[in-house]
Design a protein around this ligand. Structure first.
Ligand code: TXA
Ligand code: MG
Length: 317
């Protein structure tokens, strides 16, 4: 049985599992989260795989307090006021990411921003204190299903894909956190959620808009045109490396090449490749190569997400 009632012992076990790169589902006041060490790219990749998430949406980093949040992102001005009023609680702030904050590139989908939340649920809080780590956690459901608000929902959706499900009873709010982007001139709501817009406006002292995506729908991350794409041109399904190209390799053997190369996974492991993807693109870009030849990646499992990301990065500007 992967479900365990949340006690000081099972929380300590959950913390150990997280530190070892495992997946742990835990209650928050909004919905159950599927947690992994946010600084461990492989562990974060396992979240996408367990959820069957078709592409890499950025994840929320959960931390124990405001100080820990300030180590991950720039908590200035409006962000500070919102944090003081609503943390711990169901508010997620999208902040400018601090360089060297340690969050895996995959957790932020290669963006220069990081979403941070200090949850209020006592089980989530003791787990975060026990790990001392930022914990990346999307809602603990299979991609496309409704969010899980009980341990039983999590088990039905994810079952054996999770090392441990901490049962803390039904999630009190049952609605995800409100996501507010505070990186622009004025804060905007990216996802309406458990903190009402009026409550945000009262603290800010002025109204706050909901960012609109296509057709007036709330902006979802996939729609944000800010996803990282390398400066270099990307050539997909490359079986040979041309003059002046860097190589984004996968598996072995490699085609002949003279320029810089990064292998996403020598052994052809998609989990490892997913964890390395965004960092690899940055590394190759930093070499100043004009073009990157990307070897084919199988369109299965996490390969679908990796290819989706590569295809979007390869789109002409
Ligand atoms: O209540 C919640 O927020 C729950 C609990 C577990 O904390 N988590 C949750 O995570 O709903 P998820 O992954 O299902 O939704 C996170 C939302 C997505 O819409 C994602 O695009 C957005 O936050 N997000 C995360 N990082 C972002 C970033 N750097 N910039 C913009 N949006 C971001
Ligand atoms: Mg979700």
């Amino acid at each position: 049985m992967t479900i365990a009632e949340a006690t000081s012992e099972t929380v300590a076990r959950a913390a150990r599992l997280l530190r070892r790169g495992g997946l742990v589902a835990f209650p928050t006041e909004t919905v159950y989260g599927l947690g992994a060490d946010a600084t461990d790219g492989r562990a974060v990749a396992a979240i996408f795989e367990a959820k069957g998430r078709p592409r890499f949406n950025p994840l929320i980093a959960h931390v124990a307090g405001v100080e820990a949040a300030a180590e991950l992102g720039e908590l200035t001005g409006a962000a500070c006021a919102l944090a003081r009023s609503f943390w711990p609680g169901p508010l997620t702030l999208v902040l400018a990411k601090r360089p060297g904050c340690g969050i895996a590139e995959l957790a932020t989908a290669g963006l220069d921003t990081v979403a941070v939340r200090v949850p209020a649920h006592p089980v989530a809080r003791s787990l975060l204190r026990a790990t001392g780590l930022p914990v990346a956690a999307p809602s603990a459901n299979r991609s496309g299903h409704v969010s899980a608000t009980t341990a039983a929902h999590v088990e039905a959706d994810l079952g054996a894909r999770v090392a441990l499900i901490l049962d803390g009873g039904p999630a009190p709010l049952g609605l995800e956190s409100t996501v507010v982007d505070v990186t622009g001139a004025a804060p905007v709501v990216l996802r309406p959620g458990a903190v009402a817009r009026e409550a945000l406006a009262r603290v800010l002292g002025h109204p706050i808009e909901v960012a609109c995506g296509v057709g007036g729908a709330p902006a979802s991350p996939g729609m944000l045109a800010r996803h990282y794409a390398p400066a270099a041109r990307l050539r997909l399904d490359a079986r040979e490396v041309r003059e002046g190209e860097a190589l984004l390799a996968f598996g072995s053997p490699l085609p002949a090449h003279r320029g810089p190369a990064v292998n996403l996974s020598r052994s052809g492991d998609l989990l490892e490749a997913a964890a390395n993807l965004f960092a690899a693109l940055r590394t190759l870009d930093a070499t100043g190569a004009e073009a990157i030849a990307a070897m084919p990646i199988p369109e299965q499992g996490l390969g679908e997400a990796i290819n989706d990301r590569l295809r979007r990065a390869a789109r002409p500007r």
